[in-house]
Ligand binder design. Structure first.
Ligand code: ADP
Ligand code: MG
Length: 473
């Protein structure tokens, strides 16, 4: 080989070597960039740990990071709802709109996957990430679903904690092959990180809710102490009023006696007596309401209990512009009951109806109705006196229907409801061998039905029956 040839060979070898190193360097560079990306993703996830305590800000931060750090054009987070075993869209975000939408409750989110359904459903079911380069050539993708954004590439990763899937993260792009296996790896690591933050945020929320509940219990205890004191006070005041009112009635009677049958002279004292008797009636009801719970059972007419209850609340009901109709015949059979307890039940039902009506209608409205109806329901096994309270107030959403009897469950603002009314009422009616139930359509009406058996097996011979005997059916 000539000298020239050997130099040429050497140059060729060196050129090849240089090209090889250049390629290796380029690859290393790419890998380095990937690592930097991964690290940046993780660092930013780490950053949100320190200031994320609620699920909403966690979800928002997460979506934001993904959009900024990956090639996703759109990103969404779906969380598993444990009651319905389905995935519900919690947060959605797009690179173009730069707007993050957070869905507070289930109703507002219209994207729901059942487990196993679509790519997200499969990922949630199997707990394994899925990467699709082009959904048009992939049957795992549910093509029948309408998507708000154009999806061609898709990367879907599960959020797994202790082998339980909490949700999935979806990344999509309108171009094919937008995500690499490296992306999948990075998002999987990121998801693991995100899952533990999410679970902490959930724990934090649960702890906060428990604390809230505890505070409510405490404030209820205070409230019931206060109610007891007010009861005592009311009883004292009622006693004080009783004597002078009797005096007033007696003096008015004297005036009538002195009027020698002249009707114009007797008119005013007659009015005094009428009004005075009204005051005496209210005082009597107040006294019986404030009296202690250890109450005797007696044979009572639902008609009378309704009348007594209404005498305490009717004024305010009418003042609120509520049209009240009462049809509880006085000739329905008597029932054995503790009348003050029943009065307490009816009072709570009426208060709830009044509140719901005032919530729905401000001032007067022709639908602002409360109808109270009494009837006898006869059957072979037993006869019932049924009292129905029908109001056209806000109605009760189906989603809370099974919670309203729970102690402390209330949709009223703090200070306006204790959430105890129905749980106590339910107990009282059950104790009377009866049934209390609801029929309601949100935004339309609420019906509260109280069924009391004519013969609940209670005997009236022993005047005071210990509570556990009274529980007998
Ligand atoms: N007539 C009604 N209309 C609408 N909602 C009602 C009605 N009665 C009861 N509710 C619902 O049931 C909940 C529980 O009632 P209750 O146990 O009496 O507690 P509270 O009145 O203190 O809220 C109420 O907060 C309300 O959401
Ligand atoms: Mg109530």
């Amino acid at each position: 080989m000539s000298k020239k040839d050997s130099i040429q060979n050497e140059v060729k070898r060196l050129t090849e070597e240089r090209n090889l190193y250049a390629r290796l360097l380029e690859e290393a560079n790419l890998q380095f960039e990937e690592k930097v990306k991964e690290l940046s993703l993780l660092k930013r996830t780490g950053d949100i740990i320190s200031d994320t305590f609620d699920i909403e800000s966690f979800c928002r931060n997460l979506a934001n990071i993904i959009i900024e750090e990956t090639s996703a054009e759109n990103c969404s987070l779906l969380l598993k709802d444990h009651h319905t075993e389905s995935l519900i869209l919690k947060v959605a975000c797009g690179k173009r709109e730069k707007k993050i939408t957070f869905f507070e409750d289930l109703k507002k989110s219209n994207v729901i996957f059942s487990l196993g359904e679509g790519v997200a459903g499969k990922v949630a079911l199997e707990g394994k990430a899925i990467l699709i380069d082009d959904v048009n050539n992939d049957e795992r993708f549910d093509h029948s679903r309408k998507n708000h954004v154009p999806i061609v590439s898709l990367l879907c990763c599960p959020l797994v904690l202790q082998e339980q899937v909490l949700g999935v993260i979806n990344l999509s792009n309108s171009q094919p092959h937008a995500f690499s296996h490296n992306d999948m790896r990075a998002i999987s690591i990121f998801s693991a990180f995100a899952t533990s933050i999410l679970s902490n945020a959930r724990l934090y929320k649960e702890t906060r809710d428990a604390l809230e509940e505890l505070k409510k219990t405490q404030s209820y205890l205070l409230q019931s102490e206060k109610m007891f004191a007010i009861g005592q006070l009311a009883a004292g005041v009622a006693h004080e009023i009783n004597n002078p009112i009797n005096g007033i009635i007696n003096y008015a009677q004297l005036l009538i006696d002195q009027s020698d049958g002249q009707s114009e002279k007797a008119e005013i004292p007659n009015r005094i007596i009428k009004e005075g008797e009204r005051v005496a009636g209210i005082v009597k009801n107040l006294l019986s309401f404030a009296r202690k719970q250890e109450e005797e059972q007696e044979s009572v007419l639902v008609h009378n209990i309704i009348t007594d209850t209404l005498s305490l609340v009717k004024k305010q009901i009418l003042k609120d512009g509520i049209k009240l109709t009462v049809d509880v015949p006085a000739d329905l059979p008597k029932i054995k009951a503790r009348s003050q307890q029943l009065q307490q039940v009816f009072m709570n039902i009426i208060n709830n109806a009044q509140y719901a009506l005032n919530q729905r209608f401000f001032g007067f409205h022709e639908d602002k109705l409360l109808k109270i109806r009494g009837e006898i329901i006869e059957s072979e096994s037993s006869n019932l006196v049924r009292t129905t309270f029908y109001d056209r107030g806000t109605g009760i959403p189906a989603s809370i229907m099974n919670k309203i009897y729970n102690p402390f469950f209330s949709t009223k603002p703090r200070g306006e409801g204790t959430g105890l009314g129905l749980s106590i009422s339910y107990g009282i009616i059950k104790d009377h061998g009866g049934k209390l139930w609801f029929d309601s359509v949100e935004g339309e009406y609420t019906k509260v039905i109280v069924d009391l058996p004519v013969d609940n097996g209670w005997s009236l011979e022993r005047r005071i029956i210990p509570r556990k005997d009274a529980k007998r059916k």
